[in-house]
Design a protein around this ligand. Structure first.
Ligand code: SAM
Length: 275
């Protein structure tokens, strides 16, 4: 089974290998067969299309496995970008692999990665947080859990929620953080706008159309009161290769800092590394 990435707007953003696999497939399982047929027509591909979307993925998985057993080649595509990334496919992938079939990714376009590389915020690594909940109270909860994360945050968002989302981002993550809105990537009205979260709402008021990826600068680790720069640096280095308690003990010996202060700081550092 092949997972084939398809364009996120510009039909020319497809790899030669993706075209080969789509041509050669016995079946192309598509999120929306009408959308995919535009792509197939453009490239003169006539492989059979079957629908596989979030509402039928469970029931279709069985028939897909049966086809794989018959030796058929299946290519899975979504409406845009990489299948199974905020799109259907993960269940089929797991089931196919569990049943002993080879699952082959055919990499290509992905909106999150395109946005991240254009944001200039890619240096520190990133957390792909996909879609935030639609309800503000739920969204705020998720954002609170990401507040201390020092990695860049990448979100998908629908145009009708982008303004509310930006307001929650500013309130929960802090107004000074940099944000980059990547709208309509690879399309005619592609827009990449960078500002602070405080400035975001006023820019967005006139921009609420099209598809968005939101890239937000990561948080800054707050200084633990009472811990010197030397103690902090020693702890960070030791934590890389030692268990927490040992790292704290040695850092305390090196810097003369109190073990308790270093211990609290170590917990925060570990937490943020995991996030
Ligand atoms: N599987 C896709 C991928 O690999 O990027 C993502 C599918 S997800 C259902 C759709 C979301 O991706 C949109 O709501 C938007 O946040 C983002 N997206 C897709 N195409 C985009 C584009 N051309 N420009 C900006 N964002 C896009």
């Amino acid at each position: 089974m092949y997972l084939v990435a398809t364009p996120i707007g510009n039909l020319r953003d497809i790899t030669l290998r993706a075209l080969d696999v789509l041509k050669d497939a016995d079946i192309i399982a598509a999120e929306d067969t009408r959308t995919t047929s535009i792509l197939l027509k453009h490239y003169g591909i006539s492989s059979k299309l079957v629908p596989l979307h979030q509402h039928n993925e469970r029931e279709k998985t069985e028939s897909m496995l049966a086809m794989l057993r018959e030796g058929k080649k299946i290519a899975l595509v979504s409406d845009a970008g990489t299948p199974a990334i905020s799109d259907p496919g993960a269940l089929l992938v797991t089931s196919a692999r569990d049943a002993g079939f080879e699952v082959v990714p055919i990499p290509g376009p992905n909106a999150a990665i395109a946005a991240l590389c254009a944001s200039g915020l890619s240096e520190k690594g990133f957390v792909f947080a996909a879609f935030l909940p639609a309800k503000s109270s739920e969204r705020r909860k998720v954002l609170s859990s990401l507040k201390d994360c020092t990695r860049t945050l990448v979100f998908y968002e629908a145009p009708h929620r982008i303004l509310d989302c930006a307001e929650d981002l500013a309130e929960i993550l802090g107004k000074d953080r940099r944000v980059v809105f990547c709208r309509e990537l690879t399309k005619l009205y592609e827009t990449i706008h960078s500002c602070t979260l405080e400035e975001a709402a006023s820019w967005l008021v006139s921009q609420q159309k099209g598809e968005f990826v939101v890239v937000v600068e990561g948080g800054v680790l707050e200084k633990q009161p009472g811990v010197s720069e030397e103690g902090r640096r020693a702890l960070a280095i030791l934590l890389d290769s030692l268990p927490l308690k040992e790292a704290v003990k040695l850092a305390s010996k090196i810097s003369g800092e109190k073990k308790n202060d270093l211990y609290d700081l170590a917990l925060k550092m570990r937490e943020q590394d995991v996030l």
